[in-house]
Design a protein around this ligand. Structure first.
Ligand code: ME8
Length: 495
């Protein structure tokens, strides 16, 4: 039988500087969702990579006195290394400087030209290098030195140069109609409303080529122009399928693009319009998450207030960092980062709640039953409650995960863990052993092992490394699909 397909992506990150915790966050959230879908028996394609053209990258290379391409090799490699460090299960990693991508973008450009979506003109206006974005007058503020400041608080640059334009304005109505029919296109809901309002206010044609620098994909047949970096970058989502893996017909349209809210407009306005113009299918959902802040300021390379994810992983462990980030803030909202918060959460939830439960139960199993899981004997109402809890909680987890509410899903799972700890305290297996109440001790230990096993099934996408170790301790296979959760109620044949 053909498996259901699921295509999920992270943004491709700029290589103007090394990765920081913000990038790790998007990648870890995307990876968790990809793992969740895999365990739900989808065939998943998970794409990530680096965005290597544009003025920002060219400037960064110049600052380091490096050849631009060599510079991109160096920085892109650090993003690639991070995918390994974070133990991501991405299927591929695309760089926009690769031939396969350049070929695809040139092809797209020609198609748009053939369809009369592109015309040559001159752009005069303000540009944010930080955002690689043309900024309209109503988004500009003026600082005390009379500089024009963009939405990301950088000093804008005035540009006046020949440029190709994309006929964005004519797509306003079709896009609004599309939004109306696809209310799940942008999530969370507040972002959907925001994007819709932006489009309702009108769209201007978009400048899609630059002539004042050369680091980019050349416009076919007019090589004084390079293609605007966002037009170039967005098509990575198709290049990686098409030109690399021959999978476009299988995985396109994407099921979900996970992005930060800073780049929602590009994904929710320009991207679907380019696709409409090409008569391609449009992705099902763009999910815009919030920002990690430091003392209230967005963590960003440009502001220099960044945390190195490599340091955190080396110090605390990859599962621990993933768990903290997904539990600490509801996906979609902003949150402040501090190492103290991370340490507290790891200690109280992972070590005290979950770690202790496993340690206590497994050592009792060893001590009282020589490590062999006993048979379930007669059960009371309270036993039944815990015995059936994981299956019931799984339904809640599914609901939370369908909305990408990772923190809620974890909160649901933690209800089981707390209940199990309370169950140990109430049933006191050490007293049952002393009293030689073997029948009751069997039931209590059986139920506790069963609970740990099933909780571990649910935790696989959130704690990939630890859950593997725990399955090993339980002498079970390394990965267990969610639909196998209810299989093992009676005897532990795998033991
Ligand atoms: O925008 N908190 O690349 P980029 C949470 N190349 N997430 C953060 C973050 C923070 N403080 N800072 C960054 C680009 N991110 C383009 C994308 S896609 C076709 C092209 C994450 O290197 C978040 O996902 O600036 C954000 O959208 C992304 O990194 C921006 O990465």
């Amino acid at each position: 039988m053909n498996k259901k397909k699921f295509y999920i992506t992270t943004p491709i990150y700029y290589v103007n500087d090394k990765p920081h915790l913000g990038h790790a966050y998007t990648s870890l959230a995307t990876d968790t969702y990809a793992r969740y879908k895999k365990l739900n028996k989808y065939e998943v394609f998970f794409a990530t990579g680096t965005d290597e053209h544009g003025q920002k990258v060219e400037d960064a290379a110049k600052k380091k006195n490096m050849n631009t391409y060599e510079f991109t090799n160096l920085v892109s490699e650090r993003f690639k290394q991070l995918t390994k460090k974070l133990e991501l299960i991405n299927n591929d990693f695309i760089r926009t400087t690769e031939e396969r991508h350049k070929k695809n973008v040139s092809k797209i450009w020609k198609k748009l030209l053939d369809k009369n979506e592109i015309y040559l003109g001159e752009y005069e206006g303000w540009y944010s290098i930080r955002d690689e974005s043309f900024i309209s007058e109503n988004e500009i503020t003026i600082d005390k030195n009379n500089n024009r400041i963009g939405p990301s608080k950088d000093i804008l640059k005035k540009i006046k140069e020949p440029s190709y334009f994309f006929r964005l304005s004519k797509w306003q109505k079709p896009l609004l109609e599309f939004y109306k029919k696809h209310e799940d296109f942008v999530k969370p809901r507040s972002r959907y409303n925001e994007v819709k309002k932006f489009v309702e206010n009108g769209l201007e044609d978009l400048s899609i080529s630059r002539t004042s620098f050369s680091w980019g994909i050349k416009v076919p047949d007019n090589t004084t122009h390079v293609i605007y970096v966002w037009l170039d970058a967005l098509f990575n989502y198709i290049s990686i399928l098409d030109e690399g893996n021959n999978k476009s017909n299988v995985f396109w349209p994407a099921d979900i693009h996970i992005v930060g809210k800073d780049i929602l407009r590009f994904h929710a306005v320009y991207w679907p319009i380019f696709l409409l113009a090409l008569e391609y299918e449009i992705p099902k959902t763009i999910f815009a998450h919030g920002w990690w802040t430091i003392n209230g300021e967005k963590m960003s390379k440009s502001l220099g207030n960044v945390i190195d994810p490599n340091y955190l992983v080396d110090t605390y462990g990859v599962d621990q960092v993933r768990y903290f980030m997904l539990k600490e803030i509801p996906f979609g909202e902003d949150g402040n980062f501090s190492e103290d918060l991370l340490v507290n959460r790891i200690n109280s939830e992972l070590s005290n709640d979950y770690g202790n439960l496993i340690q206590r139960v497994l050592s009792m199993l060893q001590k009282y039953k020589e490590g062999v899981v006993p048979e379930l004997e007669s059960i009371n109402e309270l036993d039944k409650l815990l015995l059936n809890m994981p299956e019931n909680i799984f339904k809640l987890v599914e609901k939370s995960m369908n909305n990408l509410q990772f923190n809620q899903a974890l909160e649901n799972i933690w209800q089981i863990i707390r209940k199990a700890n309370a169950y140990v305290d109430t049933n006191k297996p050490w007293e049952l052993s002393k009293e030689k109440n073997s029948s009751r001790l069997n039931t209590v230990l059986y139920i506790l092992i069963n609970t740990i096993y099933k909780t571990n099934i649910l935790l696989q996408p959130f704690l990939p490394s630890s859950s593997k170790k725990i399955f090993k301790l339980l002498k079970q296979k390394e990965e267990i699909k969610f639909n196998e959760i209810s299989k093992k109620h009676r005897s532990w044949t795998y033991f």
